[in-house]
Ligand binder design. Structure first.
Ligand code: ADP
Length: 433
């Protein structure tokens, strides 16, 4: 039996034989052309040419199944009818029609894209999960429908839910056809795992300052009760810890807000140069406090990108603050913007510091939530800054790249490509007559 083709003319409801002719239309046309040519030059008699063509067409129309290698001894069931196949083809999930021996008799387009199985293959020769095999055996032996979850390790880890249902069988009897529908649970499982990791990390991060606060409260209530100097010192530390908790919560909320709208591309025209100028002004006091000189290399004029101004301020604030905090020993930070000539919204913004840099093995993980190069929680950082940066830039369809050579500093670059969105036309001076 040939597989139905996704390129069938819409509305066409072919029988199995017609379907097979459709599948073989080009070889048949080729054969017809060759025979006509041979008949025209007299190499083949007209009756012989017609006979050859008729025999080939009849052979094509006969029901057939191509067994997989080594599988010819397996008994086959009834061909699924074309209504079943059209129904399976219409399903949004991968769907197979199997015979009672577990041989694929039909595979819809989704399943062909998802699994290396074709008509004639033995299902369990390719999908070998033990639970799947047992479930198929139960249904094939006349049991009712069975649902089962299974896991594939190769080429990547994937989770699936499979549903086997017998068709056209009286309960307890071997079915002619078994429908198998497979649901891919991989994304769902990954999301569940990521959520569990996130909750564990977030509580761990909050528990550290909380434990410190509890400890100081107990000390102030007990041993340091009548020690004003210790009280002052402890209250200062407690203030720092409570601020850290509050920063963590702000960052978590910020990340959550951005994640919720990650698929909505912001549309307001934002002048990146004015964003950078704003950020440079805001960090002047911190730079002075840390003894770092901030240099800016910004072109004249404006560079307008479609975006959300507050979020872009957050991006460049995070990058500049990190450069000042972590690269302060380099004493110098350079913020630059390069715009390709003629571009209206394409540009490359970079923040470079000359501090200790970041070892190469950490670079791919820097934008993960709570990831820190050295686990220094005394630092102001929450480990969420670059995760927020990445999410905001994803939303803006901009790209972050991080380069660093230990001892030479770090370079964080953000690339905005030329936008295809309609930005307001450049302001024109119009004369009023
Ligand atoms: P944090 O809030 O802790 O600063 P980030 O997500 O902004 O978290 O940064 C993650 C980690 O990346 C930081 O803890 C730091 O170790 C490292 N890092 C970020 N920027 C720099 C930089 N310019 N130089 C060296 N290390 C950096």
């Amino acid at each position: 039996m040939a597989e139905p083709r996704p390129d069938l003319p819409p509305g066409w409801r072919p029988s199995l034989a017609t379907w097979r002719f459709f599948e073989w239309r080009w070889p048949l046309a080729g054969l017809a052309a060759a025979l006509l040519l041979l008949m025209a030059v007299g190499a083949v008699a007209v009756w012989a040419g017609l006979l050859i063509f008729a025999v080939v067409a009849i052979l094509l129309a006969l029901p057939q199944r191509q067994p997989a290698p080594g599988e010819s001894a397996v008994p086959s069931g009834q061909e699924p009818n074309s209504a079943m196949m059209r129904f399976a083809e219409a399903l949004p999930e991968p769907c197979f029609l199997l015979d009672a021996a577990g041989i694929v008799r039909f595979a819809n387009a989704r399943s062909r894209a998802a699994f290396p199985l074709k008509v004639g293959d033995l299902l369990t020769a390719r999908l070998r999960a033990p639970d799947l095999v047992t479930a198929l055996q139960r249904v094939a032996a006349g049991g009712g429908p069975v649902g089962v979850e299974f896991f594939e390790r190769v080429p990547t880890e994937r989770w699936f839910a499979a549903w086997f249902a017998p068709l056209g069988a009286v309960a307890g009897e071997r079915p002619d056809t078994i429908v198998l529908v497979i649901d891919d649970l991989t994304e769902q499982r990954r999301a569940e795992r990521a959520r569990a990791d996130f909750v564990a990390n977030a509580s761990h991060e909050l528990r550290t300052p909380l434990a410190s606060l509890t400890g100081f409260i107990e000390t102030l209530q007990g041993p340091a009760k009548d020690d004003p100097a210790a009280r002052e010192r402890f209250l200062g530390i407690m203030h720092g810890q409570s601020q850290r908790m509050s920063r963590l919560i702000d960052d978590l909320l910020s990340l959550n807000r951005i994640e919720m709208k990650v698929h909505m591309r912001p549309q307001d025209p934002v002048d990146i140069l004015s964003v950078l100028q704003h950020v440079l002004d805001a960090f002047e006091p911190l730079a002075a406090e840390l003894g770092v000189t901030v240099e800016s290399e910004l072109p004249e004029g404006g560079v307008i990108v479609p975006g959300d101004r507050d979020e872009l301020v957050q991006v460049f604030s995070n990058l500049l603050e990190n450069a000042l905090k972590y690269g302060r020993t380099g004493k110098r930070v350079v913020v630059s913007l390069i715009r390709p000539s003629g571009a209206r919204s394409a540009c490359l913004v970079s923040v470079r510091d000359f501090g200790p840099g970041i070892p190469a093995e950490h670079l791919p993980r820097l934008t993960e939530r709570f990831y820190r190069v050295d686990d220094d929680r005394q630092n102001r950082g929450t480990g969420l800054g670059l995760a927020i940066v990445k999410h905001i830039l994803n939303r803006h369809r901009a790209r972050l790249s991080i380069e660093s050579e230990p001892g030479q500093g770090a370079l964080f670059s953000v690339r905005f490509d030329e936008s295809t969105l309609a930005l307001p036309a450049p302001q024109r001076q119009e004369k009023i007559a």
